[in-house]
Design a protein. Sequence first.
Length: 384
Amino acid sequence: MKRNMESLASLHKEFLQDMYFDYEDNSTKYIDLITIMACLFFCESEKKKGKTEIIIPVFHLSIWEKEKDTVEELFKWILNKSVPLQFSKIEPTHDQELRLALPTNQNVSLFLDDIESLTGLYLSSISKESYVSDYIRVIDKDNEKSKQQKLTLFLRNSVSDSTEIKTAGSIFNKKRIHHSPASLLLLLMIAATRSYFNGGSAVYYYQSMKINLDCIDNFKLLDTVSHPKTFELLNALFGSISANMMIKTPLLYKTRAEILKELPNKYKLQMKNTNECLRMKRKIEDKQVDTPCGICTACIQRKIHMAASNNEVYDGFYQYDYGQKLVEMKNDQDKQIFTDSIQLMQTIYDYVESNLENVTLEEQHAAKEFMATFSRFIEKYNPN
């Protein structure tokens, strides 16, 4: 990786710059986890090929040498390739300004400015569990700032405790931190560290079951960020290093169309301020795009679930709205993007239909829901 040991060893300071943390013995286990997941993130984003060995600087060398196979299994699951790992011992630095911080005995919930996070807010408001959760959210790209400001206000009006993770620095190169499996795991480790210093023992991550759009090529029917195995591996890792922490995923076995049917109007009214458009996540001809395109794969996926649950009225504006027809499109490039997105969904439909007998019950549920929602979308808004 294009980073030296010294920079890797100090990465946690940047990720935790607005949070209290210390270098007590148990604390450094969580800091090690942040460093490990940061290395995973760099492996994913740099698309490194081959089996070049990675050396990860850690405080608890003996622990991680013992758990090397467990960590390598997690890397292999996320990256779809084997990556040999080695660990190198570092010593704690005590140059951090001393701050008094009393534990609040609160867990942490992630708020990722998406529909599932809105659902998480609703579930926590009606929960019968005796826990209090401190919400943390991620600051995203400039072209989504207006929507995010509205969601931030709604979040702060809904819960008394909410903080932000500032990720706009050079480490992420202005990427959306929760856009990939590795970046999600890094975020979860930051949240787990926050929960630990809160005196909590859990991180609540709200993500619905999603079909992997690359399932034909990599044989994972479910998206890795919503795959049960991802969180089984994470929780097993916490257990193996004796960290009293767990990632809880209340929505993992429901599809988005299912949770939309149960969401009250108060929360649905905020859905227009969420965004998933791929075009909005990048600049086009040096201009910021501030309206979802409505034709990329992410927009089509969103529209499919909205249409299947009859929630189109709560959605925001698109450059190409729900009733868009291919023959009416003037821009040839956009027309091709729209065509490719619909064809991909149809290809996945055919693939999952023919593989229903070869997958788990959870995957069968996701597959059947995908086929039902896509069929409903085509029935209502056939673009041809």
